[in-house]
Ligand binder design. Structure first.
Ligand SMILES: [Zn+2]
Length: 261
């Protein structure tokens, strides 16, 4: 199954823990129930706002897991060269570690969304911690963005549990997942493979997921995403699609199934 739950990076930090997660699976089932929306085919059809479906002449470019002083500046330079602004879903703990880099992202016209405080796995329900961590992360982003603060939330691993959903509501954030991804977290990812993976699902109004950091991915895998950017942007432009941040994506309507919150 190409598009599945924990398809975002199962990186060096997480592989060893998979076995430990089997025991609480029953608990997790009820808790992750609403996260059925992470099946992209399903969410594109039934939850277009959550999938990040926007105006048909636009593609939202998004990056997760940064900022990282080793990799993120390369993305800022590449995007600057391409004349593209994007949305970066950042981790709160990375923002407070690298506040100047975070501010530089904003200075260059990019938008910051919230990816959580740290890149943890939602195997067990923890609504109190979800709420605390998300508020803390949103506040960290607000401190560097100033004024209005962040608007968007993308849960780590794309798993939008009921607790995370409620936490996002409390923090005033709208959950947004993606419609196309580059599978750039893999050890064997190349610029060509990332460009092809995105192109396979690229449509007007879509939201593309890439990673500007290998925080939860194979070490150095960000280079594949970086190398894919020129081709990926060209693929959009040749079909008349404008690439930009979620703020300009024209998303309207509901952000998900309110009755399930
Ligand atoms: Zn992530």
């Amino acid at each position: 199954m190409r598009e599945r739950s924990l398809a975002e990076p199962v990186g060096r930090a997480g592989r060893g823990r998979v076995a430990c997660a089997v025991a609480p699976a029953v608990v997790a089932l009820a808790h992750i129930g609403p996260a059925v929306t992470w099946l992209p085919g399903l969410r594109r059809r039934w939850f277009p706002g959550l999938a990040g479906q926007g105006r048909p002449d636009h593609v939202a470019l998004t990056f997760d897991d940064g900022p990282d002083p080793v990799s993120t500046p390369h993305f800022l330079d590449a995007l600057g060269g391409l004349g593209v602004r994007a949305t970066f879903f950042v981790l709160g703990e990375n923002v407070v570690r690298h506040p100047e880099l975070s501010r530089e992202m904003v200075r260059r016209g990019h938008e910051l969304g919230v990816h959580g405080w740290r890149h943890d796995r939602p195997w067990l329900p923890s609504p109190g911690r979800d709420a605390r961590d998300l508020l803390r992360a949103a506040e960290a982003v607000r401190e560097v963005t100033g004024r209005d603060g962040p608007r968007w939330y993308r849960p780590s691993y794309g798993v939008l549990t009921s607790g995370r959903w409620a936490a996002a509501r409390r923090a005033g954030l709208r959950p947004v997942l993606w419609t196309a991804w580059g599978k750039d977290w893999r050890r064997d990812a190349t610029p060509e493979s990332v460009r092809a993976a995105v192109a396979a699902d690229l449509r007007g109004g879509g939201t593309v997921l890439l990673h500007d950091a290998d925080h939860a991915s194979a070490p150095g895998s960000w280079r594949a995403a970086l190398g894919a950017l020129p081709g990926l942007v060209a693929d959009c432009r040749v079909t008349g699609l404008v690439v930009g941040p979620l703020a300009e994506h024209g998303m309207t309507g509901e952000d998900g199934p309110r009755t399930r919150r």
